[in-house]
Write a protein that binds this ligand. Structure first.
Ligand SMILES: [Zn+2]
Length: 421
């Protein structure tokens, strides 16, 4: 489809970007994992330069960097932190991103919508209740044969539009470093990100679902490996001699509380998740278990439980050798943010208040690029981009949500401009 001129510019950009296939590929060892991500990267460089950001450039890995200078005199701008704004260009391997045909459903009436390319794909408020919060808005979906790609081309469109809108606006704000990343959907979004080149003090990703949300918390994470070494003899002569590592390992796994599993928890509840059998025969068997909890105490309690289970098995099977190792993986991003610059959270709330909205803090039950950046020293919460039902043919956003996220991001920069020195 061509973008109707009656749509606001951020929506027109969004409709153009989603039609470029940028699906990433977890099986590829290269960065970017798919060359086609650079198709969007090259377009963004051209558009950012046309807007008036002459340093916009893409590196060999496909990352696009550009500077939106502060309107303040240099000595005043130097008193403010440099703010990075990031969005990822790739789309999820879970659903096709080739030949996306966006469809606009004007003034959504709250009913069920069958998508034109595949009438079996129906947006239904009974299954997707958030739709009812957006009645009367202009819904954007795919035609039902692909994902939409709002994750995260909404963020990309919002940031490019922000640059266009603010370049000639003299309301005080910090220098902004824009960064468009690759391979977020396959967990490698910041692997090749050049933090020195980014040159920012604080950051935000625009990759959060829904509206008026800020993600500032992720799990504390640890990884345990339990290895059992048994005593192996021929089964014909095994009585009172064989110690079967597979059976002992099975007892350990069965003792993990089923009510503390990813499949039985949500919200703030953490879990223990046996997710990989690394070895398994009677002489040696081992399992990898991941531990997740939003609180440090909760994570410590889970580690403790694994140690007690291992101790009990050692008592029961003295001839087996049972080793348990637990290593920390990462902390709740809130801990890194609070150590680096907690204003990234408080200013986001302040900016929302200045617009008369209230931000809800969301818990992320998984990793985010912002969490890894926060761990690397750049405190980076995740801001809403308006989209819902990511990674599926049911994905949607609205024209009004794109505008709302854009308005919030501007308010956020202006809040830093007023209070950040
Ligand atoms: Zn995303």
């Amino acid at each position: 489809m061509t973008a109707p001129d009656s749509l606001p510019p951020v929506a027109q950009r969004f409709l153009r970007y989603v039609q470029i296939d940028t699906q990433s590929d977890p099986r590829s060892p290269t960065t970017p994992s798919t060359e086609k991500q650079k198709d969007l990267g090259r377009l963004l460089v051209d558009e950012l330069q046309a807007i008036g950001l002459p340093d916009a450039a893409m590196d060999d890995f496909g990352y696009v960097y550009a500077t939106l200078p502060s309107p303040l005199p240099p000595e005043e701008a130097a008193r403010l932190p440099v703010v990075a704004l990031l969005a990822h260009m790739d789309t999820s391997p879970d659903e096709s991103g080739a030949g996306v045909k966006p469809v606009i459903h004007r003034r959504y009436d709250g009913g069920v919508i069958a998508l034109p390319g595949n009438p079996d794909v129906r947006l239904d408020p009974a299954r997707q209740p958030a739709l009812l919060d957006h009645v009367g808005e202009d819904l954007i979906t795919s035609d039902g044969t692909t994902l939409l790609g709002s994750d995260d081309k909404a963020g990309v469109a919002i940031l490019v539009q922000l640059a266009a809108d603010l370049l000639h606006d003299d309301t005080p704000r910090p220098t902004v470093r824009l960064c468009f990343t690759v391979d977020e959907e396959i967990g490698r979004g910041v692997d090749r990100l050049d933090l020195d080149r980014l040159g920012a003090d604080v950051g935000y990703t625009l990759d959060g679902s829904g509206i008026d949300s800020l993600s500032v918390e992720t799990f504390n994470a640890a990884r345990a490996v339990l290895t059992v070494r048994g005593v192996m003899v021929h089964p014909g002569y095994a009585r009172d001699v064989m110690v079967n590592a597979v059976r002992i390992l099975a007892e350990f796994i069965a003792a993990l509380p089923p009510t503390e599993a990813p499949e039985t928890t949500d919200g703030r509840a953490g879990y223990l998740h046996p997710h990989h059998l690394a070895a398994g025969d009677p002489s040696e068997a081992s399992v990898e278990v991941i531990l997740r909890d939003f609180s440090e105490d909760g994570l410590a309690r889970r580690k403790d439980l694994l140690h007690r289970l291992a101790d009990a098995l050692r008592l029961k099977y003295p001839k087996a050798q049972i080793d348990l190792t637990i290593e920390d993986q990462y902390k709740n991003m809130r801990a890194y943010i609070e150590a680096a610059d907690p204003r990234v959270i408080t200013f986001a709330h302040g900016a929302a208040q200045s617009m008369g909205i209230r931000l809800t803090e969301q818990l992320v039950r998984g990793g985010t690029d912002g969490a890894r950046l926060s761990e690397m020293g750049l405190p980076t919460p995740n801001v809403f981009n308006g989209g819902y039902d990511y990674h599926s043919t049911f994905e949607w956003n609205t024209v009004q949500n794109l505008e709302r996220s854009l308005a919030f991001t501007k308010a956020l920069l202006h809040y830093w401009g007023r209070h950040g020195a």
